[in-house]
Design a protein around this ligand. Structure first.
Ligand code: ZN
Length: 461
């Protein structure tokens, strides 16, 4: 389910305080307010890196593959514009193709990525792209938007004075492995591609290799080895064209070919057997001494304990291990941490108000108008069965079941069917309050009891 409606409200809040970051070399400066000072940025990244280094199977720094990646990374980073972040490069002993960057410099490249790269330029492309996420501070800028949405603007200034880190901790925001803020938005991806192109060019690599590698993962590797990579770094739509266009603005240049170092490293990694994501998850689970159950191995399974959200328009109870995105006056998304990215919601519920064209329109008509409007951002959304009348704590309501396409993919890279349950209620002022419960189809029935319990707890003010 597309979250643009929710996002509009969140972005709106952040824009009021918007100023521009310093201009980068040739890439247009990215606009966006960042609550984190450079020092806090580094600190937040170091904290998350300490966690990541404990959770992930890293190759030791003495490994020749790691040493090669560190040298390549340092060479690329020396061409990064702006603030000189303390970059660190790690190699994760993992089979699936992925790479991610934490705020302020720590960068992780999976061994599978090196195995999949056909030449040094492709690997350099992935790394230049990650370096660009650091330079453009995509993680903390996304966190800033989230924080701005969670605290009233009036006290935001005061909070900034107290430091972004303590506020981040208070709001339960983290940059840990698998967290919401490591999944980049499409606009962040475009920015990282553009700056990555310039870094590649300056370091002497053909920037088009970066886009080629992404395309390759999508086309062949994506099936079993790249879904996480593609979900952390979603295709902004015209990756290859955008990179070619940027290259076209730069003077012609002789690019360097893969050196003997890359050939040597390729030979080394060909004989290595990295762990699969599943094996790593099993290790982490064993280490944590917990055994998850339910959808996605317990990652999104709702707690049986519920807590109450006091919104200015209503109150609702929700599983205490799920998180509320939004504030008491805005549209709200309640979801497990892994159920949302900056662009889309795969698990959870969106609650919002809809103003039908004709105020006080009958519930039926207003609901269908709302459906049409939801379809504009999710064109393949369609109704299954008939809508039904119901009552929510005495208020007349309508229940509509829908199917669409989930933003998540199955293990072979195919889109998963999504099931949505829409509940609409008329408000005293003639507008519509609605809840959209979202889940990939295979998990819907196991989440349904929690969804129903949430509906039963709903009380309009
Ligand atoms: Zn990216």
């Amino acid at each position: 389910m597309n979250a643009s409606r929710v996002r509009k409200r969140i972005v709106g809040a952040a824009l009021i305080l918007c100023f521009e970051l310093p201009a980068f070399a040739r890439v247009k400066p990215s606009s966006g307010f960042d609550m984190f000072s450079a020092q806090e940025e580094v600190q937040a990244g170091q904290q998350a890196a300490a966690e990541a280094n404990k959770q992930l199977p890293l190759l030791p720094d003495s490994d020749p593959v790691v040493q090669y990646v560190q040298q390549l990374g340092a060479r690329l980073a020396s061409h990064a514009p702006g603030e000189k972040w303390p970059y660190q490069f790690h190699v994760v002993n993992q089979k699936e193709i992925n790479a991610f960057a934490l705020p302020g410099g720590p960068i992780y490249v999976n061994l599978g990525t090196i195995q999949a790269a056909d030449n040094e330029s492709e690997l350099a492309g992935v790394m230049a792209h990650e370096i660009s996420h650091v330079v453009q501070r995509h993680g903390t800028r996304a966190a800033t938007k989230q924080m701005a949405a969670q605290v009233p603007l009036a006290i935001l200034g005061g909070i900034m004075g107290r430091g972004a880190l303590s506020q981040m901790a208070q709001l339960g925001i983290s940059f840990g492995v698998g967290s919401y803020f490591l999944k980049n938005s499409r606009s962040a991806e475009s920015e990282a591609d553009l700056l990555g192109t310039d870094i590649m060019y300056d370091a002497g690599y053909d920037p088009r290799a970066m886009a080629q590698f992404f395309t390759k993962v999508q086309q062949e590797g994506g099936a079993s080895r790249g879904p996480q990579f593609l979900s952390d770094h979603p295709d902004p739509g015209n990756r290859a064209q955008a990179v070619s266009k940027e290259v076209g603005t730069l003077p012609h240049k002789q690019y360097q070919a893969s050196g003997p170092d890359f050939a040597r490293v390729k030979q080394l990694v060909a004989g290595m057997k990295p762990l699969t994501a599943q094996q790593i998850a099993a290790q982490q689970k064993a280490a944590a001494g917990t055994s998850g159950s339910g959808p996605s191995g317990g990652v999104v399974a709702p707690s049986v304990n519920f807590k109450k959200l006091e919104h200015s328009d209503y109150t609702i109870s929700y599983p205490e291990n799920w998180q509320v995105y939004g504030d008491k006056d805005s549209a709200v998304t309640i979801a497990p941490q892994n159920g949302v990215s900056q662009d889309a919601i795969s698990y959870g519920v969106m609650i919002n108000v809809y103003q039908p064209e004709e105020n006080n329109a009958p519930l039926d008509r207003a609901t269908h108008e709302l459906l049409n409007s939801l379809r504009q951002s999710n064109p393949d959304l369609r109704q299954v069965g008939n809508d039904e009348n119901m009552r929510v704590n005495g208020v007349a309501a309508k229940s509509t079941e829908l199917i669409g396409t989930s933003p998540i993919q199955d293990s072979s890279g195919h889109a998963v069917r999504e099931r949505d349950w829409l509940v609409t209620m008329r408000r005293g002022d003639g507008s519509l309050l609605y809840l959209v419960f979202i889940s990939p189809e295979p998990d819907f029935s196991s989440l349904r009891p929690a969804f129903e319990q949430m509906v039963r707890s709903m009380r309009m003010r």
